[in-house]
Design a protein around this ligand. Structure first.
Ligand code: JFZ
Length: 440
């Protein structure tokens, strides 16, 4: 080293080297555990989950944002738990419905932006056990039942809180709701939120993971993510962290999720176009137009629309997390049940081409998508009515092609310029015509 360099340069160089070292170790600090990596594979194999938005807001039948949308005072909103009494809630029936729909996991709101815990938290009394006539912990009942019926349970957890005084300084969605204009955000995260997370990761058996939402309310705040993520991974190494922050994944996160969108598409306008090639992907959407129960929302998607969403998600190498908002009395309305069961019936015939697959060799297109598993490529023809389908080249050699349903042989020609399939005639209005290619 040139000792004649001024001391200031030396110091600057040393400080720079130190910062670089600390930075790179922060990036490299998260090494997913073997359990976690295994859980990621399983998550990708599972492909289809049930999203549930359910809270005291359900009583008003005006969605989970009603507190904010109607600019209510907390003092008034706090009356709601007094008449939240889901006497018809039946954990066994909910889990059985998810299974009948062909879903492999459930992600339920442990608390939404109103901060109201739908579980037995000891950290404060803004929760279902303390404040409602129901007085029980539905998440515990659901966790036990999920365990029994062999389906995974994830907890949605809102980091954004419209009710807690320490959620301060407040974020983009703030309004004058009667909270004091002071509070300790560090305490909100470290003492309050992390204590609740500790409860969720300790008292409910093995859980699938935590689905975070709300960071977008204060995008520049320090959310102490490393600390929170480390806590979760320490308590349950296999639990997956799934953040709905609409940004590039950060260290410690295990799944990249896209809200009302296929990965990278950003038709919703608030997602990122960046798609991780390392993390499992998930796309969430609603069965009607709403997350929480909305009494005026009759925009139900048909089973065929849901099937197409699921197929397109799989072709994009992503899971589909499909939402329903149960009624305040704990029932799941008939319109949802009928549609979910129909999708499950369809999956009993088409599931092989979805579960356990990964995105196929061809880029998703308007005509359809491909999925793959072992030595099979599944060509999902969604929108194509002509007799010949010309596809881009596939590197693997195709040794045979047949229809999934019925097994009829399909004529296929493969050359350096592409693959041409002679499609069977469409018989009516099937959502998805699947051609199975055997490759080696
Ligand atoms: C969020 C929640 O606010 C919503 O209630 C629901 O739980 C959904 C799954 O997730 O939705 C968002 C979040 C952020 C934006 C839009 C919808 N955003 O930043 O535009």
């Amino acid at each position: 080293m040139n000792l004649r360099k001024p001391l200031s340069t030396l110091v600057a160089v040393t400080v720079f080297a130190l910062i670089a070292a600390v930075n790179s170790s922060a990036q490299a600090a998260y090494q997913p555990s073997p359990e976690n990596l295994k859980a990621r594979q399983q998550f990708q194999d599972d492909k289809f989950g049930l999203f549930i938005h359910w809270g005291v807001y359900s009583v008003l039948g005006d969605g989970e944002w009603v507190l904010h949308n109607r600019k209510l005072k907390l003092h008034d909103y706090e009356r709601l738990p007094n008449f939240f009494d889901p006497e018809k809630f039946d954990a066994k029936a909910w889990v059985a419905l998810a299974k009948a729909a062909g879903m492999k996991y459930i992600t339920i709101t442990s608390r939404h932006h109103d901060g109201f815990a739908m579980f037995d938290t000891k950290v404060n009394d803004w929760n279902i056990v303390k404040r409602t006539p129901y007085g029980k912990d539905p998440l515990k009942l659901l966790a036990d039942e999920a365990q029994k019926q062999g389906i995974k349970l994830f907890f949605y957890y809102s980091q954004l809180d419209w009710h807690h005084p320490d959620y301060y300084p407040r974020g983009a969605t703030a309004w004058e709701n009667g909270r004091p204009d002071s509070g300790n955000f560090n305490s909100y995260i470290d003492d309050f939120m992390n204590s609740q997370l500790r409860e969720l990761l300790t008292n409910y058996g093995p859980i699938g993971g935590i689905w975070f939402d709300g960071m977008w309310d204060k995008p520049n705040a320090d959310w102490h993510l490393e600390k929170t993520y480390a806590l979760i991974h320490r308590l349950q190494p296999a639990a997956l962290i799934i953040p709905n922050h609409h940004q590039t994944p950060k260290p410690g996160e295990d799944v990249q999720t896209f809200e009302r969108d296929l990965p990278g598409r950003n038709t919703a306008g608030f997602n990122t176009t960046y798609v991780s090639d390392a993390l499992p992907l998930e796309s969430c959407n609603t069965l009607n137009g709403s997350w929480g129960f909305d009494i005026g929302d009759t925009k139900y998607k048909s089973p065929e629309e849901v099937e197409e969403m699921l197929v397109r998600a799989a072709g994009n190498n992503a899971n589909l997390l499909l939402n329903i908002g149960p009624l305040p009395n704990g029932e799941i309305q008939e319109e949802f049940q009928v549609r979910l069961r129909a999708v499950g019936e369809w999956l009993s015939r088409y599931g092989d081409t979805i579960y356990g697959t990964r995105g196929g060799p061809l880029a998703p297109a308007d005509w359809g998508v491909t999925t793959q598993k072992g030595n099979k490529i599944y060509v999902h023809v969604l929108k194509w009515n002509a007799p010949l389908l010309a596809l881009p080249p596939i590197t693997k050699t195709i040794s045979g092609a047949q229809e999934l349903v019925g097994g009829t042989k399909v004529d296929v020609t493969q050359s350096a310029s592409g693959v041409v399939l002679k499609l069977p005639l469409a018989t009516g209005n099937e959502t998805d015509r699947v051609i199975v290619l055997s490759v080696n």
